[in-house]
Ligand binder design. Structure first.
Ligand code: 5GP
Length: 210
């Protein structure tokens, strides 16, 4: 049976550790492909073009939207972010489980277009731990940290739209838990309809003595 990739949408408060979690997941298992988004935000120190993001000017970003080359896009803390369509579709066809690390507005748009996408929300063990992680990064100004905490308050209201929450306390445990969720999702009846239908047919013909 052909393996169909799952579109995995991962959201979570800024500072919840999604980026590290995704990198570790992709490193540990070979069934994943990580989609690289486009953004108009300026690169943080150490972020490479085409690895963290494709960094573009607003004009180019808006052109890609017009040309329908993005699955979804959203404005987050004053910058645009969007998911390029071609890579995602190619990888899904190749049977890869494709990860989109995107915020909540985008996640909901993806769910509309791809109803069998799996939506996961990554959370820190506590709110104070989130603040500690954001401050500890050392790459963000106080003002930006404050903006992101406010944004977390808003995003926390939307968590019930997700299929699962994932608490990122110990990274290694969280990676395993995430992988287990995806493996389990591959075994839902909806994702195996063809297999089920074939078995049904075979059962019927065998039971008739054919
Ligand atoms: P950051 O600036 O911290 O890298 O990302 C800010 C937020 O934008 C994060 O919540 C991240 O998941 C989200 N984001 C990154 N890429 C995309 C995208 O392509 N679409 C949407 N909707 N959100 C994204």
């Amino acid at each position: 049976m052909e393996r169909k990739g799952i579109l995995l949408v991962v959201s979570g408060f800024s500072g919840a550790g999604k980026g590290t979690l995704m990198k570790s997941l992709v490193k540990a298992y070979d069934n994943y492909a990580l989609s690289i988004s486009m953004t108009t935000r300026t690169p943080r120190e150490g972020e490479e073009e085409g690895k963290a993001y494709f960094f573009v000017e607003e004009k180019e970003f808006l052109e890609k939207i017009k040309e329908e080359k993005v699955i979804e896009y959203a404005k987050y803390c004053g910058n645009y972010y969007g998911t390029p369509k071609e890579y995602v579709e190619n990888m899904l066809h190749q049977g890869k489980d494709v990860i989109l690390e995107i915020e909540i507005q985008g996640a909901l748009k993806v769910k509309k277009q791809y109803p069998d996408a799996l939506l996961l929300f990554v959370m820190p063990p506590s709110a104070s731990e989130l603040e500690r992680r954001l401050t500890g990064r050392g790459t963000e100004t106080k003002e930006v940290i404050h903006q992101r905490m406010l944004r977390a308050v808003e995003e926390a209201e939307g968590i019930e739209a997700y299929d699962y929450i994932l608490i990122n306390d110990q990274l290694e445990d969280c990676v395993k838990e995430l992988h287990n969720l995806v493996m389990a999702a591959h075994n839902t009846p909806e994702r195996n309809q063809e297999f089920i239908n074939n078995i049904r047919k075979e059962l019927k013909s065998l039971s008739k003595g054919e």
